[in-house]
Ligand binder design. Structure first.
Ligand SMILES: Nc1nc2c(ncn2[C@@H]2O[C@H](COP(=O)(O)OP(=O)(O)OP(=O)(O)O)[C@@H](O)[C@H]2O)c(=O)[nH]1
Ligand SMILES: [Mg+2]
Length: 340
């Protein structure tokens, strides 16, 4: 399925039903009182998280979302029925912004979370509400309110606990594939990954964490070079970053470039807990790998794991440490979500 992480939609809630003007006309009470009922409420447009969804693609085909109007009030003091709400399923990590004001109006992370993105109009009052001592047969009722309507800009930010960052070709997708059930595309050239991949890493029978692989970053990514910037926002909800560096590149320099790009995109993101996966150590001697790992550790202060994603070496230690760090970060997913 095509990965779409931005969309525009028009949402229109239902209009409230009009209040009714009616009088009781019964056999033995020819001049009965006013009996026009109230109109029903217009339906809301409601977004609801569906864990099975991973893209905003549906909105490209259906950019107008309209809820039902309330029914008008009726005689004999009967209320009109409320218009039914329109429930729209969205992937976890969907944020809705009001297009005019730019304000976020809904941030949907947790399974089944709901938010009303357009409120239905209230129903009008029927004439039964307008009786007074001087006005016994009012011919007044109020119309239903219009439903809220607006354009929304939707943005999807993947919900993953750990995020892989690195230059193109560093082996991020290979690592994702080696530690999770995901089967991303892997190839010996840069920019193989064009859209983010998600995987679930099993640590033990009852423990797992989610991990996101995004396209590689290059120098100047925050100014729009390469593909990187557009996808960095998918890391905003992660609690931990894994910097993936290739041993046959210039890992110390590469780290500075990648971290610099992350920081330029969002300084707060650069402060998240992180570890380094020094990848492709099968290409160098053990001694060389150890020395490089030490240098990186001294320079960055981060835990460094010498791994070969391709040969599946050193992965257990990396996965265990990441799992332990995630556990000790007593941040609820909701907290992370709050940092827009
Ligand atoms: N020798 C060796 N090669 C590796 C290792 N991990 C990945 N590679 C190779 O490096 C190349 C790039 O791997 P990818 O996983 O596609 O790299 P990526 O970081 O996802 O690249 P982009 O998606 O372009 O950002 C592929 O040819 C992989 O087979 C490793 O541990 N050792
Ligand atoms: Mg890749």
């Amino acid at each position: 399925m095509r990965f779409i992480d931005e969309a525009r939609v028009y949402v229109q809630a239902g209009k409230g039903g009009d209040g009714a003007i009616a009088f009781l006309r019964e056999k033995f009470r020819p001049f009965g009182g006013p009996a026009g009922g109230d109109g029903g409420r217009g339906g809301d447009v409601i977004f609801e998280v569906d864990e099975g969804l991973t893209t905003l693609l549906d909105f490209k085909f259906k950019p107008r979302l309209v809820a039902r109007d309330g029914e008008p009030g009726r005689g004999k003091q009967q209320y009109g029925h409320n218009g039914s709400d329109l429930i729209v399923r969205v992937p976890p990590g969907t944020i809705a912004f009001d297009e005019d004001s730019g304000e976020p109006i809904a941030d949907l992370v947790m399974p089944k979370a709901r938010a009303i993105v357009a409120h239905g109009g209230r129903g009008g009052f029927g004439n039964m509400h307008f009786v007074s001592s001087t006005r016994r047969a009012p011919r007044i009722a109020t119309p239903g309110e219009k439903g809220e309507q607006r354009w929304l800009r939707l943005e999807l930010r993947l919900v993953a606990e750990a995020g892989l960052v690195g230059l193109p070709n560093a082996g991020k997708s290979t690592l994702l594939g080696a530690v999770s059930g995901a089967r991303p595309k892997i190839a010996p050239y840069p920019f193989t990954t064009l859209t983010p991949n998600l995987g679930r890493v099993k640590v033990s029978d009852d423990e797992a964490f989610s991990i996101a692989d995004i396209p590689g970053l290059i120098e100047g990514a925050h100014q729009g070079h390469g593909l990187g910037i557009k996808f960095l926002r998918h890391l905003k909800r992660t609690r931990l970053l894994i910097y993936v560096l290739a041993v046959d590149s210039a890992p110390l320099h590469d780290f500075d470039v990648v971290r610099g790009e992350v920081e330029a995109f969002d300084p707060e993101l650069a402060l998240r807990p992180a570890v380094i996966a020094l990848n492709k150590v099968d290409l160098v001697s053990e001694r060389e790998a150890r020395e490089l790992a030490q240098k990186l550790q001294l320079r960055t202060g981060l835990a460094v794991f010498a791994i070969s994603a391709q040969e599946r070496q050193g992965l257990a230690a990396l996965v265990e440490t990441v799992a332990r760090m995630l556990k000790s970060l007593h941040t609820f997913r909701g907290d992370v979500a709050a940092r827009l």
